[in-house]
Design a protein around this ligand. Sequence first.
Ligand code: ADP
Ligand code: S3P
Ligand code: MG
Length: 165
Amino acid sequence: MSVILIGFMGAGKSTVAKALSADYIDLDRVIERQIQRSIASYFEEFGEAQFRVLEGEVLAEQLKKNLPIATGGGIVERIENRKLLKQHMQVVYLKADFSVLFDRILNDATHVRPLAKNGEAVLKARYLAREKYYETLANLVINVNQKTPEEIARHIREWQKEGEI
Ligand SMILES: Nc1ncnc2c1ncn2[C@@H]1O[C@H](COP(=O)(O)OP(=O)(O)O)[C@@H](O)[C@H]1O
Ligand SMILES: O=C(O)C1=C[C@@H](OP(=O)(O)O)[C@@H](O)[C@H](O)C1
Ligand SMILES: [Mg+2]
């Protein structure tokens, strides 16, 4: 069983999954390969609800591989996706303050996050609404405010080792 990273946009899920293993899965990138377009343009044409369904299908399919998975921050919004995550034993929540996340999202030129275009207050409302899901679904919570991706990856590896029998 491998680790699934959850948390808000900007928490470092994609970066940490990569630090965990050269062979890792970033659900957003798998989705973009499948749909042959960017997530931003998919959101624009089909809307968020349809994206959530697609996201859940790709999660279910990718769970079969035994590789670290970086989810998208909104995976917890759909109950079917939460049910899938709940069955898993190695869900790790990368937790950070909203101010840290907002800063990173603004400064991340590589990925356009469609939900970030409506301003800080709208994004913060999402953060507050999702927090409880991240907390309840996680088997491990790591505060990532002041940790490097390598430190976070080390923490996860040590936790995985502790759980081995
Ligand atoms: N631990 C960290 N400390 C500082 N910056 C980070 C850290 N993890 C990720 N970042 C930066 O924050 C931005 C978002 O990271 P990313 O891995 O795409 O997050 P997510 O997949 O959770 O949205 C990127 O610019 C990345 O370089
Ligand atoms: O939080 C969200 O709703 C989203 C997060 C993004 O992934 P990251 O969390 O990797 O930025 C991406 O899936 C999409 O833009 C929607
Ligand atoms: Mg990501």
